[in-house]
Design a protein around this ligand. Structure first.
Ligand SMILES: [Mg+2]
Length: 252
């Protein structure tokens, strides 16, 4: 496991980079970053203090909170009543107006029919095939089939990739990184890298696209433990991420 710098080092780096830069942008993943992962996306526990905390941190134009998730935007909004910041859903794919290939649905239907616990979350512009609820004895064969599917899956518009006990099916043209970069460019300008300080927090492979966009001027922060990563900092779990954000809310 690569040792990454801890919360204290992250705070020091933030304080080092912050002077003279505006806005300060927190680009935050949702599942596994702000809230603990659950067996089903609807089963997450959202602390009641989270939305007020994020609103204290979201003080435009100088401080902005963006939540960038694989969930649909409406789903995020439902879990964060009263949140005043920016929600970018579906890995940034909602603006493209595309849907995943119908042929892939047939393969996935076969898995859901044969393997108890597999289910397809249809989010419109993106899909996610979940197997967290599959009993462990059934997983090796399923994962072999998923890998075979990945090896054979070819589509000009969509790609399939591993997630946390899940397969994400998303447009090639859209990822969290391009979604964040497009937002920053539109709202801050082409020179956003030098004007703004952007910290990205995420736990999953799809968050590496966020890290790539904020590097090297910003701060890339992994929540939890996953390799490989290009993050420089690590917060061990969502509770630690919320604590670090709460400190920022007090200090700033
Ligand atoms: Mg996540």
């Amino acid at each position: 496991m690569t040792p990454l710098a801890d919360a204290a080092a992250l705070t020091a780096a933030w304080q080092d980079k912050a002077p003279g830069r505006s806005p300060h942008v927190l680009a935050l993943d949702w599942d596994g970053t702000l809230v603990d992962l659950a067996g089903h996306p609807d089963a997450i526990v959202v602390p009641p203090s989270l939305s007020p905390l994020l609103n204290r941190l979201h003080q435009p134009p100088d401080r902005v909170v963006l939540i960038i998730s694989g969930r649909a935007r409406d789903d995020l909004a439902r879990h964060l009543p009263g949140f005043a910041g920016v929600l970018l859903g579906n890995h940034g794919a909602e603006a493209l107006g595309t849907v995943p290939p119908g042929a892939w649905r047939r393969v996935i239907s076969e898995w859901t029919r044969r393997v108890p616990g597999v289910w397809l979350e249809d989010k419109g512009a993106t899909w996610c095939v979940h197997w967290r609820a599959v009993e462990s004895a059934a997983r090796p064969l399923l994962l072999e089939q998923v890998q075979e599917f990945l090896d054979a899956a070819e589509d000009p518009v969509y790609l399939a990739r591993w997630g946390h006990m899940a397969l994400d099916i998303v447009p090639r043209a859209a990822n969290k990184g391009t979604a964040l970069a497009a937002w920053l460019q539109r709202h801050i300008g082409a020179d956003w890298r030098h004007q703004a300080l952007v910290a990205a927090l995420g736990d999953d492979a799809t968050d590496e696209d966020l890290f790539q966009v904020v590097d090297p001027q910003g701060l890339a922060v992994q929540v939890g433990y996953r390799e490989p990563t290009r993050a420089m900092f690590r917060l061990p779990n969502p509770a630690a991420a919320r604590r670090w954000l709460a400190e920022r809310a007090v200090v700033e």
